[in-house]
Write a protein that binds this ligand. Structure first.
Ligand code: ATP
Length: 516
C-alpha cells in the first residue's frame, strides 16, 4: 500500500470515528473526565444499530434453527470455571515493549503484520503484471512461476514455519529473535530497541465479599462460551434437544488487551455472539464445514461484497481447538478477524467434568452409548460487526449539482431509524397529519419525526444516519392521502397512498432475503 493510500484510509477511518460521535452512534466512555482508553459508550443511534445486529444474529441462529436454543449466563462464574477451561494457565498474549517509545505491543501481532507486508508485495507484483498483460494475464500461472513472487513466498513460508514452532513451543526467546531477524521497528520511535518477550494474562480479576479475609478472587469472563458449557446439562435436561444441537448466547466479555486500539475493533469490554454446537465425536469436521459456510453466508447477507470478506486459517489454534478459522473483513486498517469458527473437540466439557466431578455426557439412543459431545463454536464480535457495517456503509457522494452528501448505506433492516416522517412545512395541519401517520407506523417500524429545517437538510441528516426511507407529508396528502417516499441510496422519490406505506416499507426492509 502506498503512503498516500494508507494516509487516505487513515483519514477515512478518522472521519468514520468522528461521524460516529457527531451522529450519536458512539461516544468515548466518561468523556467529561477525558475518556477512558479503549472503552466506548453507544449513543441513541448506536444502541439501535447494535440491538438490530444482535436480534438479526439471534433470528438467524436461534429462531431459524429448531435445534438451537439460547441462554443468558451471568458474567461472574465460579473461579474453577477458568481453571478448568485453561484460561488461568494459558490465556496469555506475548508482549514486548519498545524501550525508546515505551510503547507495548503484542509480539505475535508484530510478526503477523510483517508477514502481511510481505503478502502485500505479492499483490503488488500481481497488480503490475495485470496492468502489463491485460486480458491475457493468467494469475494462477503467474503466482506459480514469477521469480519475484516465488522468492517472497519462500520468505513467508520460512517466517511462518518459525513463528508456528515458536508459538507451539511457547518459545518467547524465539519470538523475540524473529522480530530481530525481520528487523521490525516500532512505528512510533522507529527503533529496534526491544525488551524481552513476556507472557501476559488477559483476564481481569476482582473480589467478591465485603470483608477482605472472606474475599476470593473471581474473574470477569473473557469469553461467553464457558457459561454455555457449565449449563450443558441444565439445557439438555430442559430443552428436549437431541444431538446435534446448539446453545447460543450474546453477552459481554472482558479482556485486558495489551494493545487496545482501532476504535471499537479491540476494546477491553466487548460483546460476543456465540453458539456452541454439540455433535457426535467423529462428526465434528462435517459440522465444522457446515458452520463455516453458514456463517460466511450470514456475513454476506449484511451486504459485504465478496472481496471484503476472506478466510484466515489459524497457524496455531488455541489450546482447546483442533481446527480453527477466522472470517476476516477488510477494515480501513486491513483485513482483520471478525468471527472465529473453532472445532473445540470435547476439551471444555471433559475439563469441567474432571474438575467438578459431574458427568457431562450425552446418552445417544441410536448408538446406545454415552459420550462427551464434541463442539463446534461460532464466535462473532458484536462490536466488530457494528464497525464493519459502518466502515462498509460510510460514503461521501458527489451529486449532480456539484454538492456532496454523506451516506451510511446500512442494510435497511438494521438501520437505527427505518422511516423518517417529515411535514413539508410546520403549519396548515401538516404536522398533525404527520403525527397521525407516525402513530400508525411506529408499532412496526422505528420512526423519527422532524419538522425543523428545509426538506433537503432533513434528508441529508437521515442519509448520514443510514435511514433507508423518508416520507414527506404535503398539502396534497390532505386531499388524496398520498405521501412522497424517498429512498436513501437512489434518492428516488415516489408518490404512494398512506394505506400502502406499511406494505411497501415492509417489503423493502425484509431481513429474510439474505438468509433464504
Ligand atoms: P484477536 O485475535 O483479534 O485478539 P481472538 O482470536 O482472541 O481475537 P476470539 O477469542 O476468537 O478472538 O473471540 C471471538 C470474537 O470476539 C472475535 O472474532 C472478535 O470479533 C471478538 N473479540 C475478541 N476480542 C475482542 C476485543 N478485545 N474487542 C472486541 N471484540 C473482540
Amino acid at each position: 500500500m502506498s503512503t498516500n493510500t494508507s494516509n487516505n484510509t487513515q483519514n477515512v477511518f478518522q472521519e468514520i470515528i468522528s461521524h460516529c460521535k457527531e451522529y450519536g452512534f458512539i461516544f468515548p466512555s466518561s468523556e467529561i473526565y477525558d475518556g477512558l482508553s479503549a472503552i466506548y459508550d453507544y449513543g441513541p443511534y448506536g444502541i439501535e444499530l447494535k440491538n438490530n445486529i444482535q436480534q438479526y444474529w439471534w433470528k438467524a441462529m436461534v429462531q431459524l434453527h429448531e435445534n438451537i436454543v439460547g441462554i443468558d449466563a451471568a458474567i461472574f462464574m465460579h473461579p474453577n470455571t477458568w481453571k478448568a477451561s485453561g484460561h488461568v494457565d494459558a490465556f496469555n498474549d506475548p508482549l514486548i515493549d519498545n524501550k525508546d517509545s515505551k510503547k507495548r505491543y503484542r509480539a505475535d501481532v508484530l510478526i503477523e503484520e510483517a508477514i502481511q507486508k510481505q503478502e502485500a508485495k505479492i499483490d503488488k507484483e500481481v497488480d503490475k503484471a495485470q496492468k502489463k498483460f491485460g486480458d491475457t494475464f493468467d494469475k494462477e500461472m503467474f503466482l506459480k512461476t514469477n521469480p519475484n513472487v516465488l522468492r517472497v513466498k519462500e520468505k513467508i513460508g520460512g517466517i511462518e514455519a518459525r513463528f508456528k514452532k515458536a508459538l507451539e513451543e511457547n518459545n518467547l526467546e524465539e519470538l523475540k529473535q524473529i522480530i530481530v531477524d525481520l528487523e521490525i521497528v516500532c512505528p512510533i520511535s522507529g527503533t529496534r530497541n526491544w525488551t524481552e518477550v513476556r507472557q501476559f494474562n488477559l483476564m481481569f480479576s476482582t473480589e467478591v465479599g465485603s470483608v477482605a479475609e472472606d474475599a476470593s478472587v473471581i474473574y470477569l469472563r473473557p469469553e461467553t462460551a464457558q457459561g454455555i458449557f457449565v449449563n450443558f446439562l441444565n439445557v439438555l435436561n430442559t430443552s428436549r434437544q437431541r444431538i446435534p444441537f446448539g446453545i447460543a448466547q450474546v453477552g459481554k466479555a472482558f479482556r485486558n488487551e495489551i494493545v487496545a486500539r482501532q476504535f471499537i475493533f479491540r476494546t477491553r469490554e466487548f460483546e460476543q455472539m456465540e453458539m456452541q454446537f454439540f455433535v457426535r465425536p467423529g462428526e465434528e469436521m462435517k459440522w465444522y464445514e457446515y458452520w463455516k459456510e453458514a456463517r460466511m453466508k450470514w456475513h454476506r447477507s449484511l451486504g459485504f461484497g465478496a472481496n471484503k470478506l476472506k478466510w484466515h486459517d489459524h497457524l496455531k489454534p488455541a489450546h482447546y481447538a483442533n481446527a480453527a478459522v477466522d472470517i476476516e473483513f477488510e477494515f480501513p486498517f486491513g483485513f482483520k478477524e471478525m468471527e472465529g469458527i473453532h472445532s473445540r473437540t470435547d476439551y471444555d466439557l471433559t475439563q469441567h467434568q474432571n474438575l467438578s466431578g459431574k458427568k457431562l455426557q450425552y446418552f445417544d439412543h441410536e448408538l446406545d452409548k454415552s459420550y462427551v459431545p464434541y463442539v463446534i463454536e461460532t464466535s462473532v464480535g458484536l462490536n466488530r460487526t457494528f464497525l464493519a457495517l459502518i466502515c462498509n456503509g460510510y460514503k461521501i457522494e458527489k451529486l449532480e449539482d456539484g454538492s456532496e452528501r454523506t451516506v451510511l448505506a446500512l442494510p435497511p433492516f438494521l438501520a437505527p431509524v427505518q422511516i423518517a416522517i417529515f411535514p413539508l412545512i410546520k403549519k396548515d395541519g401538516l404536522p398533525e397529519k404527520s403525527r397521525e401517520i407516525m402513530d400508525v407506523l411506529k408499532w412496526d417500524f422505528k420512526c423519527f419525526y422532524e419538522e425543523k429545517d428545509t426538506i433537503g437538510k432533513r434528508y441529508r441528516r437521515m442519509d448520514a444516519l443510514g435511514t433507508p426511507y423518508c416520507i414527506t407529508i404535503d398539502h396534497q396528502t390532505l386531499q388524496d392521502n398520498t405521501v412522497t417516499i424517498r429512498e436513501r441510496d437512489s434518492m428516488k422519490q415516489e408518490r404512494i397512498s398512506i394505506e400502502k406505506l406499511k406494505e411497501v416499507v415492509n417489503e423493502k426492509i425484509d431481513w429474510r432475503a439474505g438468509l433464504r
